[in-house]
Design a protein around this ligand. Structure first.
Ligand SMILES: [Zn+2]
Length: 454
């Protein structure tokens, strides 16, 4: 991710070093759109809005037009934060400029419209693609601008994603296997794409033949050296209809980001346990590893075949990390450490979001009260947290290795509690325990762990 540095001298509009450009694919059309967007005086406001969002590492901007005002929010590390509200006059003018630039109809305020533009930093030349969606809602109109770096994505390693070394090694062992099913799980909208690609990136796909099958409506795989087949999901095609033909190429590994029906699961189980077994890597949307196993059974595939075939489940949950500059150490009381299961003496301090000292103390020192949205520590030396006290995200990973007692329970008592109990008895560390390790390492806070585990 490219970060924006604000030019010294503040947020003066005329100094905003960001250019907004049309992105129609045709230069004459682009020129027309840009000229239209420059009419009126709203383009500098729009530039400032987009610039401010990028500066704060925002992924999305939401503008809500109601009768009196325009409420704005920006999404940073997966959470919405409020922006200063604007009056309708300014907000409307900005929206007209945005729609003209993005090839949308400014006068249309009810029907859903989608458009796009490009934002380019004048100095660093970093480019972002802005996708604009507008739609009439009960209270007025809602506009969402999604901002994405324009250069192709570079996926991090498992380590950079936050996976502990011993877990990486165990996962690699499963990925090297000649047969069986490895599931990759994440909650809907909670980091699946990244985990899927990083995991596939860590496999030996240069040594073995990998094929991939995915719905052309939502492609997930961006890793190279996987022979991809996309199918027409909207037209009612399911992966099981393609598998027979695809297996004629004799691949070693089959990857599938979405298990859509029982017939597909049954076919994959058969492949994973046949005499010449194939490794199957498949995706599931679930909140934890045990739930992922049950989600597959809910498709009404054969539980016996699935229990036999499944080797392991990797599950991820994204969590924000405290900003290094301003995170605040505190001594945890012994009872707290005990409750967290951290052995005495292992950690001296834990960290939390920066908190202001008691007010009287501040007054004695003659310091002024801080405006909301500011961080007194980061203002002195970066990187900035913009008063959020967090910066960036990492993954909490859970790797459930499926053992015989779990296999038996999957067939006989496929219930969340039963399976969780067996996993715990076998020494499995769930997401909560893995998250506590991150807290103990000072990467995140207990508050944040509580928030994501809710
Ligand atoms: Zn800070």
């Amino acid at each position: 991710m490219i970060f924006f540095k604000r030019k010294k001298g503040g947020a003066n509009q005329s100094e905003t070093p960001l250019e907004l450009k049309a992105d129609s694919g045709c230069s004459a059309e682009n020129q027309q759109r840009e000229i239209a967007a420059r009419q009126g005086e709203a383009l500098p406001w729009l530039r400032e809005l987009v610039y401010d969002a990028l500066f704060k590492r925002g992924e999305k901007i939401m503008l809500d037009y109601s009768r009196e005002a325009v409420a704005g929010r920006v999404m940073i590390d997966g959470l919405w934060h409020s922006l200063e509200p604007r009056d309708r006059e300014q907000g409307d003018a900005m929206l007209v400029a945005l729609k003209r630039l993005s090839g949308m109809k400014p006068e249309e305020r009810r029907t859903r419209q989608v458009g796009k533009f490009v934002a380019e930093h004048e100095i660093t030349k970093a480019k972002f693609l802005g996708t604009v969606t507008s739609q009439g809602v009960k209270t007025g109109e809602r506009v969402i601008v999604e901002l994405r770096p324009k250069k192709s994505r570079v996926f991090k390693s498992l380590e950079e994603l936050g996976m502990r070394e011993p877990m990486q090694e165990r996962l690699r062992e499963h990925m090297r296997a000649e047969g069986g099913i490895v599931l990759i799980a994440a909650p809907p909208g909670g980091g699946f794409t990244t985990t899927w690609n990083v995991t596939l990136n860590a496999t030996d796909r240069l040594l073995r033949d990998f094929i991939g099958i995915e719905d052309d409506r939502h492609p997930e795989t961006e890793v190279e050296n996987i022979n991809m087949t996309r199918f027409d999901g909207a037209g009612g095609v399911t992966p099981d209809q393609l598998l027979h033909k695809l297996m004629l190429t004799q691949p070693d590994v089959v990857t599938l980001p979405d298990l859509v029906n029982a017939a597909t699961v049954d076919k994959l189980c058969e492949l994973a346990t046949s005499r010449e077994p194939k490794l199957v890597i498949a995706g599931v949307r679930a909140k934890d590893a045990v739930e992922a196993l049950l989600r597959v059974l809910l498709l009404k595939s054969s539980s016996k075949a699935f229990a036999q075939a499944v080797r392991a489940v990797l599950c991820v949950r994204l969590i924000r990390t405290l900003n290094e500059t301003c995170k605040q150490p505190y001594q945890p009381p012994p009872q707290l450490l005990k409750k967290l299961g951290i052995p005495p003496g292992r950690v001296k301090v834990l960290y939390r979001e920066w908190q202001p000292p008691p007010e009287e103390e501040e007054e004695k020192k003659g310091r002024k009260k801080l405006p909301p949205g500011a961080c007194p520590i980061c203002e002195q030396e970066g990187p900035l947290c913009h008063g959020i006290f967090y910066r960036g995200r990492t993954g909490i990973f859970e790797l459930l290795e499926v053992t015989d007692p779990l296999r038996k329970a999957l067939v006989q008592q496929p219930k969340l509690e039963t399976l969780r109990k067996i996993a715990r008895e076998q020494g499995h560390r769930g997401l909560q325990e893995e998250g506590i390790l991150l807290v103990a390492r000072g990467l995140t806070s207990l508050n944040e762990l509580q928030r994501v585990m809710k």
